[in-house]
Design a protein around this ligand. Structure first.
Ligand SMILES: N[C@@H](CCC(=O)N[C@@H](CS)C(=O)NCC(=O)O)C(=O)O
Length: 216
């Protein structure tokens, strides 16, 4: 298999985390693009993904873009029932939380950390205080839902890590960044879960170093 990814990308991180968690490193060739240098903007890559975005997985005659479906595909390929169960009532929970994080939780989180961490890192100008405030309000709304979900369990769907954690937690490094301004202290279960995720060996292997350095 060939996997196209980039550094500092929550979308790439969840897929790389799955590759490590599922023990697929030996059969996965990884190509990293420097997006800022435009390395992905080639006719060859546009033919692989017309959106010209990473991550993309190519496995034989299958070309798959979009991070969450890639994680499910890798898990199913490996038959990893505990990471991404196939029983309909369990599978639909994975899909529910993947959909929720894209639309709500990580949308809010991404809006905050784009302003507070990413723009500075990429040299794209000063943070916009109004956008940070709007993102924080949205974050509070959806983090409260996750806080309740984590009230009596370690991970999003119980006491085992699943693909839902890698999706909902995909922004963990950015959220925990000292300059993030994400109001995590108001949601102690969510904060503890993000640290739990960061401590998982497969997730730790994919941790970005540069945002932390950029904060110094
Ligand atoms: N919905 C896509 C989002 C992919 C995405 O936005 N990728 C970013 C990196 S995080 C990218 O490739 N950006 C390059 C560009 O837009 O030129 C997914 O889930 O994979």
């Amino acid at each position: 298999m060939k996997l196209y990814v980039t550094d500092l990308s929550p979308n790439s991180r969840r897929v790389l985390g799955a590759v490590h968690h599922l023990g697929l490193e030996g059969e996965t060739e990884i190509q990293k693009f420097n997006l800022m240098a435009g390395e992905h903007q080639t006719d060859e890559f546009r033919a692989i993904n017309p959106n010209v975005k990473v991550p993309v997985l190519v496995d034989g005659d299958l070309t798959l873009w979009e991070a969450n479906p890639i994680v499910i595909y890798l898990s199913d390929r490996k038959g990893a029932e505990s990471f991404c169960p196939s029983a309909p009532r369990d599978r639909i929970e994975i899909l529910r939380w993947q959909s929720w994080e894209v639309q709500h939780f990580n949308k809010a989180l991404g809006d905050i950390v784009w302003e507070t961490v990413a723009k500075q890192f990429f040299g794209l100008g000063a943070p916009d205080a109004e956008k940070i405030e709007a993102g924080q309000q949205n974050f509070r709304r959806f983090a409260a839902v996750l806080e309740d979900q984590l009230a009596n369990q370690d991970y999003v769907l119980g006491n085992n890590v699943t693909a839902a954690d890698f999706a909902v937690g995909s922004h963990s490094a950015l959220a925990l960044h000292p300059h993030s301004e994400v109001p995590l202290s108001e949601f102690p279960k969510v904060e503890a879960w993000l640290h739990r995720l960061e401590a998982l060996p497969a997730w730790a292997k994919t941790a970005p170093e540069k945002p932390a350095e950029a904060a110094e």
